[in-house]
Ligand binder design. Structure first.
Ligand code: LMR
Length: 325
């Protein structure tokens, strides 16, 4: 009897300790801490742990440390990580509609992307993967992509025959095929080495990724093409999210909204700074593109739109284009 009581009290005490432990929330991503996404993730940790003091502990894993491309989405669905923020180019397996963000020359600038994401059509895409167990918590910016290679890419013909690293997107594959290049889908963590060893000749990246991953040190030219956007959707596991106690979910949601606003401000404020750092490093030559040359790239890549219009929906493409005004 005495033993039973001792055991029961020990179990109760253990239970109390277990109850007092904060819930661990893992936030994994593939880029460096200094980038807009890296900054947003750290801000989320700070805010969530402040708003839900003692209740949650957020662990941030940058630079593909926990999961890289290809694994992170599966890990989210398995419950091995709770928050990730993949590029909008990496959702092809789960929804075709998000392919809209990869259409070349669709958005004039990141402000237009921001306006489109805020429309009802843009917001509805956040819920487009719920049946697959993925809930979008918000969009997060990085920036417009720049083409890079070891030769100048002034006109579309300059890319013919070159191998370009792309994210896992069929639209991006079609985009490079449209100019006679050979696209290769590679995980982000492999890009530097692939460029360095000549596995690929070129790539497309926003300034913060070029600078923080030193891609400009292994490329002779970066062309200021702004030909597409690289943005993210911050996502979570629908079952996990809906099963959270209401106070925790509300605290996390509010931390997420604020952290995204913070990350977006970094994206807007610091894109020019990352570009300036790449220029200051003097490793690659940064070349502007003339209006006429950009028009030639735009014309060469435009057929890609028609190819994906059926999957994406013409209404959505029209809504995105309307955001340019
Ligand atoms: C890439 O693979 O190039 C990007 O999606 C990486 C990132 O998360 O910005």
């Amino acid at each position: 009897m005495k033993l039973k009581i001792i055991l029961a009290s020990a179990l109760l005490a253990l239970g109390a300790v277990a109850h007092a432990q904060p819930m661990v929330i893992k936030y994994s991503h593939v880029v460096a801490d200094v980038t807009p996404k890296g900054q947003a993730a750290l801000k989320f940790k700070e805010l969530a742990e402040k708003k839900l003091a003692g209740k949650v502990e957020v662990q941030v894993f940058p630079n593909s440390q926990l999961f890289g491309d290809g694994k992170e989405m599966e890990a989210l669905l398995l419950g091995d990580v709770q928050i990730i923020a993949p590029s909008l180019a990496k959702f092809g397996k789960y929804t075709k509609q998000l392919q809209i963000f990869d259409l070349p020359f669709l958005f004039d600038n990141i402000e237009a992307v921001d306006r489109f994401q805020a429309t009802p059509a843009g917001q509805s895409l956040l819920a487009s993967m719920e049946k697959k167990g993925i809930t979008g918590l918000g969009y997060l910016h990085n920036g417009m992509k720049q083409l890079s290679a070891n030769k100048q890419l002034n006109v579309p013909g300059d890319a013919a025959g070159l191998k370009f690293r792309i994210q896992s997107s069929d639209v991006l594959e079609a985009q490079f095929k449209a100019v006679g290049a050979n696209p290769q889908k590679l995980a982000f963590a492999e890009v530097y080495q692939a460029l360095q060893t000549g596995v690929v000749d070129g790539a497309e990246n926003p300034w913060s990724n070029i600078y923080s991953k030193k891609f400009h040190e292994v490329q002779k030219y970066v062309m200021e093409s702004d030909h597409g956007v690289l943005d993210y959707m911050v996502i979570t596991n629908t079952g996990w999210w809906n099963g959270l106690p209401a106070d925790i979910r509300a605290g996390l949601k509010s931390a997420m909204v604020e952290s995204i606003a913070f990350g977006n401000k970094v994206a807007f404020d610091e894109a020019a700074g990352f570009r300036a750092k790449v220029i200051a490093d003097k490793k690659a030559e940064i070349l502007p593109m003339t209006k006429a040359n950009l028009a030639a790239w735009r014309a060469a890549m435009k057929p890609v739109w028609a190819k994906f219009e059926g999957d994406i929906g013409k209404d959505l493409i029209d809504a995105a284009q309307a955001a340019n005004q």
